[in-house]
Write a protein that binds this ligand. Structure first.
Ligand code: HEC
Length: 270
């Protein structure tokens, strides 16, 4: 194998191993998150996510660093954006803001809904994906809801009609190792919590009352939404990925010519 080919192979495998990462991440807080099954180059998924974001999230949250016309970057035409995603009074160069003022929000919610423009960079995709799957019924909380990923969050489960309701399932073990083993065996989202008397609990959520979507449909719905949130946090990243692919293709073609040239130069010397 030529030296160049070897260098190319090594850098390729290094790149792949960096991309792959672990399947599950276990945080210091004892949370075990399911990886978000998303692809930011999938335009149809991004378009569905944008539509769902406008319909289900934008009435409380803003995305004030995102302009509507940036949605052309995910393959929507200006007409599609103005007709389907905006109020009549808004212009396509406007940012994604809401009618609710910060004052109202402070009155209605103990903690105001934060701006979600760059939320995916702050929390990460996996966190967001699991957060939207982690709501469960809790009669002791003010909103009637609680969340395994964000305990005592003041956001209600606004997607409950689609997702149905979950309940919290808590199993106690006398050792940390047994609880950790149970979390791995459960495969899904889970959390470990220290209990009095040196015991450990493995917490997870389980479906209770079904919603209008099946579990798989709801997971796909949340996947699209998180895909869009991730895109919104860094729209130009898609352009960088496309440019990267073009550069690699160019280098590949260049390699063929450079190799042919090298053979031409060296052929008389062998
Ligand atoms: C009824 C109003 C309301 C709607 C609709 C709503 N949220 Fe929220 N959301 C809140 C409030 C209030 C908080 C602040 C919770 C807190 O800090 O306790 C919040 C917090 C969040 C957070 C955590 C922010 C942080 O602290 O990092 C995320 C993420 C989030 N919402 C995403 C969404 C998404 C995605 C949707 C659309 C599916 C949505 N929200 C719809 C009210 C809402």
């Amino acid at each position: 194998m030529s030296k160049l080919a070897r260098i190319l192979l090594v850098s390729l495998s290094l790149g792949l191993s960096l991309c792959a990462g672990p399947a599950f991440s276990q945080g210091e807080d004892g949370l075990r998150l399911v990886p978000a099954p998303i692809n930011r180059l999938d335009q149809e998924s991004l378009q569905r996510g944008a539509r769902d974001f406008v319909n289900y999230c934008l009435n409380c949250h803003t995305a004030k660093y995102m302009r509507y016309n940036r949605l052309e970057g995910i393959g929507l035409t200006p007409a599609q954006i103005t007709d389907n995603l905006m109020f009549a009074s808004q212009k396509i160069g406007d940012t994604m803001t809401v009618a609710m003022t910060a004052k109202d929000a402070a009155k209605w919610f103990p903690a105001p809904p934060p701006d979600l423009s760059v939320e995916a960079r702050f929390r990460g995709r996996d966190w967001l994906y699991n957060y939207l799957l982690a709501f469960y019924r809790d009669d002791t909380s003010e909103s009637g809801w609680n969340n395994l990923v964000f305990p005592n969050v003041s956001m209600p489960n606004v997607l409950w009609q689609l997702s149905g309701t979950n309940k919290l399932v808590e199993t106690e073990y006398d050792e940390h190792e047994k609880a950790a083993g149970a979390a791995i065996a459960a495969k899904g989202l889970s959390m470990l919590e220290a209990k009095p008397g040196g015991k450990y609990a493995m917490l997870t959520v389980a479906p209770d009352v079904p919603g209008t979507m099946t579990r798989a449909q709801y997971e796909a719905f949340v996947g699209d939404l998180v895909n869009y949130l991730d895109y919104m946090a860094e729209p130009v990243k898609n352009e960088r990925i496309h440019l990267g692919i073009i550069v690699l293709l160019f280098l590949g073609v260049l390699y063929v010519f450079a190799y042919a040239l090298k053979r031409e130069y060296w052929k008389d010397l062998h």
